[in-house]
Design a protein. Structure first.
Length: 277
């Protein structure tokens, strides 16, 4: 999608399977299974989509997927397909590694930050990595609920290389591209809002992981601050309906730019364009 001299699109690093009950929290299986079919182990099919905002000589990449540093056993647990495809698919889209000036993580969970580093060094050598300070603190000192969601190798090499920039509020790394701290899913979760005269696009990360999570009660068991998440989600969705925003969901299997509509208390997604370049 071209917005003046800015191009935005998605790059899919991988696809994988996670427990459907965990992905829909308090929503009963008879309801969520109408939206997405589980496998024999109750897992549902998901994508790991990264958002790219590209100017002529600079790119911002939001989230880096799973990466490729996983054992065969770990890959089997998640039925991981791909992983580590981000850099190759960026190159296929004409984005050189050195064009990536900023990498932002919505948060540091393994499926969002697994491609931050390779072989103990930053994967994008010319980039500054933008993460909320509260998220780095959570990764350094995880609770028993979240310890399995973080790997030190996804952020420690960034600290050692001096390329990790700790954010304490909202930030605008490139024109029209604003990172907004939301909390909710994790203490330091952030989203990307692209605002131009042509369109406004929200990349909500795990605040709204798929188009099947638009309705307010449809949240994940992984969400550590659910009441905060639901309120931020409501605010964004109301604004999206009012102002005609587009949304791009991180964990849709087939990513597309979607417009949000509302009927009564329920929100719906209507895809208007494919997002993969």
């Amino acid at each position: 999608m071209h917005l003046g001299n800015l191009e935005v699109f998605a790059v899919q690093d991988s696809r994988f399977w996670l427990d459907g009950g965990a992905m829909f929290g308090i929503v009963p299986k008879p309801l969520w299974s109408r939206l997405t079919k589980p496998d024999r182990k109750n897992r549902i099919y998901l994508g790991a989509n990264c958002f790219v905002a590209l100017y002529k000589d600079a790119a911002l990449v939001v989230d880096t997927g799973w990466g490729d540093e996983w054992s065969q056993k770990e890959r089997q647990i998640y039925r991981l397909e791909g992983g580590g495809l981000l850099r190759r698919r960026l190159a296929d889209a004409g984005v050189a590694e050195d064009d990536v000036r900023f990498v932002a993580n919505t948060h540091l969970h393994i499926d969002h930050a697994g491609g931050n580093c390779r072989n103990g060094a930053p994967a994008f050598g010319k980039a500054r990595y933008l993460v909320q300070a509260a998220e780095v603190d959570a990764a350094q000192n995880p609770s028993p609920l979240s310890a399995g969601s973080y790997r030190e190798g996804d952020w420690r090499p960034l600290v050692d290389a001096g390329v990790l920039e700790l954010l304490r509020s909202d930030a605008e790394p490139l024109p029209h591209c604003r990172l907004i701290k939301t909390g909710g899913h994790t203490k330091g979760h952030q989203v990307l809002l692209v605002e131009t005269a042509d369109a406004t696009i929200l990349f909500p990360g795990d605040l709204i992981p798929t188009r099947h999570h638009l309705n307010l009660p449809y949240i994940m068991g992984y969400d550590l601050y659910p009441e905060e998440l639901v309120e931020r989600k409501r605010q964004f969705l109301e604004q999206a309906v009012k102002d005609g925003w587009l949304l791009l969901f991180e964990h849709d299997v087939e990513p597309g730019f979607c417009r949000v509509e509302k009927s009564g208390k329920r929100f719906y997604a209507k895809e208007v364009a494919r997002a993969v370049r």
